[in-house]
Design a binder for this molecule. Sequence first.
Ligand SMILES: Cc1cc2nc3c(=O)[nH]c(=O)nc-3n(C[C@H](O)[C@H](O)[C@H](O)COP(=O)(O)O)c2cc1C
Length: 142
Amino acid sequence: MLVELIYCSRSVRSFDDEDLEYLLLHTRAKNEAMNITGALIYANCQFLQVIEGERADVNRVFQSISHDARHFAVELLSYRDIVGRNFEAWHMAFVGGKGVKKLAFHESEADFNCANLNGSSALGLLMEQSQLTIPELATSAR
Ligand SMILES: Cc1cc2nc3c(=O)[nH]c(=O)nc-3n(C[C@H](O)[C@H](O)[C@H](O)COP(=O)(O)O)c2cc1C
């Protein structure tokens, strides 16, 4: 049974490109092995992530993520059964602060605030941002 989980959190400190590269390298290798797909936005010291996969795998990954000391205030925004994946091309699409500036309803990265999102607006944002990114080119955080 496929599920989709969306959460947001706050990084313990500001993540630079190197921190994000390191996080994504490890995350993508693990997700590929478990057939977990999804997308991650990092902006204004907040993470917003959608994770898709088999229920047991998604639950296990979320357990690890929620205990990860690199972030705190992990808040579940949505958890639901799905019939198909929205991010099947991605073992974790990534959008950083500069990409998020392109959003019509966020004037700058500093305005990005997960507290303003509900489950469906978060999914919309993640889908919109991952479509702005080309899978083949997104092997790094940059
Ligand atoms: C913002 C954030 C997103 C993460 N996303 C994932 C993920 O999608 N998949 C994953 O396996 N680990 C993810 N991690 C890493 C996990 O929290 C954890 O470090 C990892 O699963 C443990 O790997 P290990 O068992 O090899 O030590 C993420 C961590 C952070 C801080």
